[in-house]
Design a protein around this ligand. Sequence first.
Ligand SMILES: Nc1nc2c(c(=O)[nH]1)N[C@H]1C(S)=C(S)[C@@H](COP(=O)(O)O)O[C@H]1N2
Ligand SMILES: [Mo]
Length: 205
Amino acid sequence: MSTPPISRGFHGRGPSGKSARIPPGQHLVTDFPVLSAGPTPEPDLANWRFTLSDGESPLGEWTWEQFNALPQTDLTVDIHCVTTWSKLDTTWRGVSIDTLLEAAGLSEPPGPFVLIDCEGGYTTNVPSEDLLDGKAMVATQFDGEPLDPEHGGPARLLVPHLYFWKSAKWVRRLQFLDSEIPGFWEENGYHIYGDPWREQRYDGD
Ligand SMILES: Nc1nc2c(c(=O)[nH]1)N[C@H]1C(S)=C(S)[C@@H](COP(=O)(O)O)O[C@H]1N2
Ligand SMILES: [Mo]
């Protein structure tokens, strides 16, 4: 096999002339915009709990101390917000969903769908498989520092391969379900799945 004259990898350009790392309709930012539907909750580590549940039945619950004692994962990823900003090479540390399932004694997710609950009432939904195999984590650090409250601190979900509204800030529970329940934005006209590479911004895209 001969080597193609132009690599379409890291800094490659696709047929549109845009970087192969920037999904359609997105532009790059170097700052980190804040987008919240409500107020930033005051961090309260003493009362913080993180729960995995099968419907309403708890499968595992961790205090802040217990959560931080779990094996930690580092992830460097590009993130893409539906409002059209993308940010490259963001660095995160936290606990992968694979690790959480294992810590709860589960070899696989107890249902095919997940509804994510946050302090303050925000919700979002993803298929369970989108959280597995290192694709997602509950992040407690950004850029080597504890996660800022306005960016979801003490802990947020990170699902970087989907639009950033799926990366729920102030996350408190992952609820596994047999059927899909749309979250806050998904109820309000956003796409049920939200793949930036297929530009699934709104319901019907
Ligand atoms: N709990 C909660 N999580 C949330 C949101 C929110 O309003 N509440 N906004 C979502 C949206 S629309 C985006 S684009 C990202 C923004 O994350 P950032 O403020 O860290 O950039 O968080 C997502 N997670
Ligand atoms: Mo967003």
